[in-house]
Ligand binder design. Structure first.
Ligand code: MN
Ligand code: MN
Length: 319
């Protein structure tokens, strides 16, 4: 690395409880910053939860995730990857949403990501509820549909809520398919479980060719086997990775609005991301961390640990 500007502040130099908590202690490079063009991977906060149908709170996610991310060190313990040396990474700040207007917020999010994509930066997002992924995909998949590897206990494929509300955190990927942002044949949803309203979401998945791997199959086969299939489904093409923290069992990730029991443990939560090696990741997010339901901060710490795993995959894969 020819300069030190893009290096995170080390806990060896300044204790990790000190300083301003940017993502991973990286420099804050807002969209009008002179060095934006040098950034390769941008970490972005989307403090927005207007798509939430039940217990709100993910609007507070990015701030708590930034704070928890000061726990992250520079080197991956297993792969030895040092993402901040492999790529120039920065905290690009938060998208400013309009909490009173869903459509205006989605426009603002898409406009922000349009600038990021135009600058050649691969985005790693801290949500926000899962509706955040839709306006992000409108940027990332603007030119051609992408594949998606989706970790969640829910499909988020429902048609609508509340007698015609098309935009909630239970509908983003239905809209993304309809808008031609996702190639359904290259989409896999892993960890699906919990009580259901009806089978309308899974009927849609079946009709479109989306592969659902329910939690029973995940536990029976194990993370490595499941991820081998996920890599095959995504193939070599551009792929988005969307990680709803409620994929993880609520014992490990209680701080979320719609928890479902019987999920993966915190180790398996990391293992699945380690199984993404070789996937052509054009963007990723970790969503639905809800600080009001996370008094210990454990969910946020798991969230940033997953973000670091994603960052390491992105750091060795991007050109
Ligand atoms: Mn979700
Ligand atoms: Mn979910």
């Amino acid at each position: 690395m020819s300069n030190t500007f893009f290096q995170p502040v080390s806990g060896m130099d300044l204790p990790r409880f000190a300083g301003i908590p940017t993502f991973m202690r990286l420099p804050h490079v807002p969209l009008d910053h002179v060095r934006l063009s040098e950034v390769q991977i941008g970490i972005i906060g989307v403090p927005w939860d207007s798509g939430t149908t039940n217990r709100p709170g993910p609007r507070h996610g990015p701030r708590q995730l930034r704070d928890a991310s000061t726990m992250i060190r520079a080197e991956h313990a297993v792969s030895g990857v040092r993402p901040f040396e492999a790529k120039r990474c920065a905290d690009l700040g938060d998208v400013g949403p309009n909490p009173a207007d869903i459509h205006d917020s989605m426009k603002r999010i898409t406009a922000f990501y349009d600038s990021v994509v135009k600058a050649g930066i691969t985005p790693l997002t801290a949500g926000g509820d899962h509706l955040s992924s839709l306006p992000i995909l409108r940027s990332v998949a603007a030119k051609a549909p992408v594949g998606m590897i989706h970790f969640d206990s829910h499909t988020d494929l429902y048609h609508s809520y509340f007698d015609g509300m098309m935009y909630t955190h239970g509908t983003p990927f239905r809209r993304a398919c309809e808008e031609g942002l996702l190639d359904p044949k290259r989409v896999v949803q892993i960890g699906i479980r919990g009580t259901q309203y009806d089978s309308e979401d899974r009927d849609f998945a079946r009709a479109e060719g989306i592969r659902i791997i329910p939690i029973e199959e995940f536990h029976a086969r194990g993370p490595e086997d499941v991820m081998a299939e996920a890599r095959e489904i995504a193939g070599a093409g551009a792929t988005y990775v969307s990680y709803d923290i409620d994929f993880v069992d609520p014992t490990f990730a209680p701080g979320t609005g719609t928890p479902e029991v019987g999920g993966p443990n915190s180790y398996q939560a990391l293992q699945v991301v380690r199984g993404l090696t070789g996937v052509n990741i054009v963007g990723a997010d970790v969503v639905e961390v809800s600080p009001p339901f996370d008094p210990s901060g454990a969910t946020a710490f798991l969230g940033v640990s997953i973000m670091f795993e994603l960052l390491c995959q992105m750091a060795v894969q991007q050109p």
